[in-house]
Design a protein around this ligand. Structure first.
Ligand SMILES: Cc1cc2nc3c(=O)[nH]c(=O)nc-3n(C[C@H](O)[C@H](O)[C@H](O)COP(=O)(O)O)c2cc1C
Length: 322
């Protein structure tokens, strides 16, 4: 009895610490340095423009407010912190301008974009965002490096449900994912019914512009029961995310398109998704994955350029003095 009560207190203590860490370090916290917050904000907002450019049906002058926001955020950004957000914003704005100019569209917004690009030319930053053409390649097992580097989130689906055998093959391959103590808590829920997919994607909210072409949808979850002590409180997400990555790679290996869809939702929305998808309450939602055959036309993906290696890799090879 005493040890059970102690465990509950440990849970409370751990969650209070998580809360503090989140409050202290989240992107809105005034305690986080401004450049760091701007870095993420600019990348996130810019990505919506390049994603918009990668969609199957592109509306003329889409994302007007977003474009204006990115322009003002770019002007307020200090590229010395890291050039990537500025390079991405310039690349995306340049692609946005070219997309409209190629169709002969005139608008004051486009003139503003052109003026901004001209203004930034002096800074001599490489343009890295926008869209890039896409072809499935590297399926030759002799070329695993090219194969790994050629995965991209694809959003141009043909909308048709895949045969059960293919879906089973995708998940079988994904079961190569490692898991803590091999406990394999990850569960994969498949949806192919139009109404259910629409209901689930409406609750998810990140697939606008291509949701109607999603004919196959996974909801990846992790069974909470597989995790015990308070030190393990986030492991559902760790194992679930590794499994999800393997699903993306399985799709890639089989020549299927796939796009991860975030489930950064409140507990209330999580409960509604569980009801809509018939998912047991004792499972934690990890993410959705839209997947399937792609359309029979040249494919486009968001460029999603990566940070420089030195911003990511920290080689603590010598003795670390605390
Ligand atoms: C956890 C997670 C959630 C994501 N959620 C969405 C989403 O809701 N909608 C979307 O279109 N793309 C989503 N993406 C795709 C990312 O935008 C994409 O992975 C990123 O830009 C890197 O590009 P790449 O996958 O083509 O390499 C998500 C990716 C991850 C890993």
């Amino acid at each position: 009895m005493f040890s059970k009560a102690a465990k509950v207190l440990q849970f409370l203590s751990e969650y209070a610490q998580d809360l503090w860490l989140t409050l202290r370090y989240n992107g809105y916290s005034p305690l986080v340095e401004r450049n760091r917050r701007q870095f993420y904000k600019l990348i996130i907002e810019t990505h919506t423009i390049e994603k918009g450019l990668s969609l199957p049906r592109r509306r003329t002058l889409f994302g007007r407010d977003k474009v204006r926001f990115v322009m003002s955020a770019l002007d307020a950004y200090e590229p010395d912190f890291s050039p990537l957000p500025a390079q991405m914003a310039l690349g995306a704005l340049d692609a946005y301008l070219r997309f409209h100019r190629e169709q002969g569209i005139q608008d004051p917004l486009l003139d503003e974009v052109a003026a901004l690009l001209a203004r930034w030319q002096d800074r001599q930053l490489e343009l890295r965002g926008g869209i890039k053409p896409y072809r499935f390649e590297g399926h030759d097992p002799a070329g695993p490096v090219a194969w790994l580097q050629s995965r991209s989130s694809l959003r141009m689906f043909d909308g048709r449900p895949l045969p059960a055998e293919t879906v089973r093959q995708v998940v079988t391959l994904a079961q190569s994912a490692p898991s803590q103590c091999n406990r394999q808590s990850t569960q994969v829920h498949l949806y192919q019914d139009r109404a259910t997919i629409d209901a689930l994607l409406a609750l998810q909210g990140g697939s606008r512009g291509f949701s109607e072409n999603v004919g196959n949808l996974f909801v990846v979850t992790s069974e909470i029961a597989a995790w015990g002590g308070p030190g393990q409180r986030n492991q559902t997400y760790v194992d679930g995310a590794l499994f999800s990555m393997c699903i993306l790679l399985s799709c890639h290996a089989l020549g299927l398109g796939a796009c991860p869809l975030n489930l950064a939702v409140t507990n209330a929305v999580e409960r509604r998704i569980k009801v809509a998808g018939g998912i047991p309450t004792g499972e934690r939602l990890i993410m959705m994955i839209a997947f399937g055959k792609t359309v029979d036309e040249p494919l486009r993906v968001a460029a999603s350029p990566r940070r420089s290696l030195d911003e990511v890799l920290h080689m603590h090879t010598g003795t670390v003095s605390p």
